[in-house]
Design a protein around this ligand. Sequence first.
Ligand SMILES: NC(=O)c1ccc[n+]([C@@H]2O[C@H](COP(=O)([O-])OP(=O)(O)OC[C@H]3O[C@@H](n4cnc5c(N)ncnc54)[C@H](OP(=O)(O)O)[C@@H]3O)[C@@H](O)[C@H]2O)c1
Length: 85
Amino acid sequence: MVGILGAGRAGTAFARTLLRAGIEVDICSTRSPKALRHHLKIYAPGAHPVEQDVIAQRTRHSGPGIVVLAVPQEELDEVDPDVAA
Ligand SMILES: NC(=O)c1ccc[n+]([C@@H]2O[C@H](COP(=O)([O-])OP(=O)(O)OC[C@H]3O[C@@H](n4cnc5c(N)ncnc54)[C@H](OP(=O)(O)O)[C@@H]3O)[C@@H](O)[C@H]2O)c1
């Protein structure tokens, strides 16, 4: 499993590519998992929307512990480093 922080253009495209390769994907953004569901159903079906605070932990438990940052550079200061610890 790979985690992706950011469900915009880049994060969603990356999720779709990983899923096509048979790799499970958790994805989160500033929106709640519930709010992401419709977007993912259309653009990355099969990706699991999760809360930010569990993405690193879930990724570590079921894979190599990779979290991809797919947020705009100007937003990076807003990202809690623990999210991708
Ligand atoms: N677009 C491309 O073709 C492309 C190609 C290569 C690389 N990139 C790089 O990928 C990065 C993202 O670009 P993008 O085009 O995907 O941007 P985007 O479409 O604006 O999406 C940004 C995503 O980041 C989320 N986000 C912003 N601040 C956040 C925070 N503090 N915590 C969690 N999530 C946060 C947004 O959340 P919400 O969904 O809640 O708004 C959104 O899902 C940039 O660094 C860009 O340079 C983009």
